[in-house]
Write a protein that binds this ligand. Structure first.
Ligand SMILES: [Zn+2]
Length: 308
């Protein structure tokens, strides 16, 4: 991928890789996350950097994954004040969410002056999600996308979580329309999956009002004021001297792998594509047959299960 794509919806995978790739070409990248879970992975990756400002809107509760993302997590070292968190409670409604989103993002964008934006559009912040406990409609979720797009900056839009398939499909279809500047009819056209969208067969079903709203006017105002104060500490956009673009890591590894195979072929000891790198378990080494990797959880597949 050569830098950021403009106004294109992408599959919900590789958020961190895509954000990191953006930094190779853009001096200041703003990462916005409206998935109901805290964007902990991207925040952690850039916690010490002022090149990427992360802003996550999420449910914050000790018993809700991943349990991080309170107001006091602001970044560290050079990255101090370049991590912003909007911790919310169950049941936030359209009006509260959208007004807070705009009240936070407008000064964030004008202060940080990003050269590009990555917007993660997790659909588990919609009402009626199987894991999420917010009350957002598809229209309100999409209004956040429309607002970010209105700044006319290079924009990469990603999917994310979402645990009610019919809502995810509707949401990202609607938001693709928002990004493409197209108005989609509420009545769904006949298609192979039509029954999947029963009983209303509409793009905008009623998803709101099922969970009690525990966010008070006072708590939301406190978040807004606190984030505005943090933006003042940021002291404007950092100037970044762009240096030689580092080599693409995946391309580098691929060429390394190729050259090794080529050498082995030259030496006549190649395994005709049957190479196995895992080998037998070493003495004293525990290998979980389901997870793979070493038993200390540091194996490639042995890390904790992640939820977006
Ligand atoms: Zn999520």
């Amino acid at each position: 991928m050569s830098g950021l794509l403009s106004n294109i919806a992408a599959p919900p995978a590789g958020t961190l890789v895509k954000t990191a790739d953006s930094v190779r070409y853009h001096p200041r990248v703003l990462y916005i996350d409206i998935d109901i879970h805290h964007g902990d992975g991207v925040q952690e990756a850039f916690y010490l950097s002022n090149r990427v400002l992360t802003v996550s809107f999420h449910k914050y509760s000790a018993d809700f994954f991943p349990g991080t993302g309170n107001l006091s997590e602001i970044g560290s070292d050079l990255g101090k004040y370049f991590s912003l968190n909007v911790p919310l409670q169950d049941g936030i409604d359209d009006e509260s969410y959208v007004s807070l989103f705009k009240a936070v993002m407008e000064p964030t964008i004008t202060t940080f002056r990003p050269s590009s934006i990555v917007l993660q559009c997790g659909a588990d912040s919609l009402g009626c999600d199987r894991l999420g406990t917010f009350n957002l409609s598809i229209a309100a979720h999409g209004e956040c996308v429309r607002f970010v797009k209105s700044f006319n900056l290079p924009l990469l839009v990603l999917g994310g979580g979402g645990y009610r398939g019919s809502s995810v499909a509707r949401c990202w279809a609607y938001e693709t329309g928002v990004l493409a500047g197209m108005s989609l009819p509420d009545e769904l056209p006949p298609n192979n999956y039509y029954e999947f969208f029963a009983p209303d067969y509409r793009l905008h079903p009623s998803l709101t009002g099922h969970i009690q709203n525990l966010n008070t006017r006072h708590s939301l105002e406190r978040i807004r004021v606190t984030i505005r104060e943090k933006l003042r500490y940021m002291k404007g956009a950092p100037s970044v001297q762009m240096q030689e673009i580092p080599p693409d890591l995946m391309g580098f590894l691929a060429s390394e792998e190729r050259s090794r195979e080529e050498k082995e072929e030259e030496n006549g000891n190649a395994d005709a594509g049957e190479r196995r790198d895992d080998g037998p378990a070493k003495s004293g080494e525990f290998v979980d047959p389901e997870l793979g990797g070493s038993g200390d959880g540091t194996g490639a597949k042995g890390r904790r299960t992640r939820i977006s």
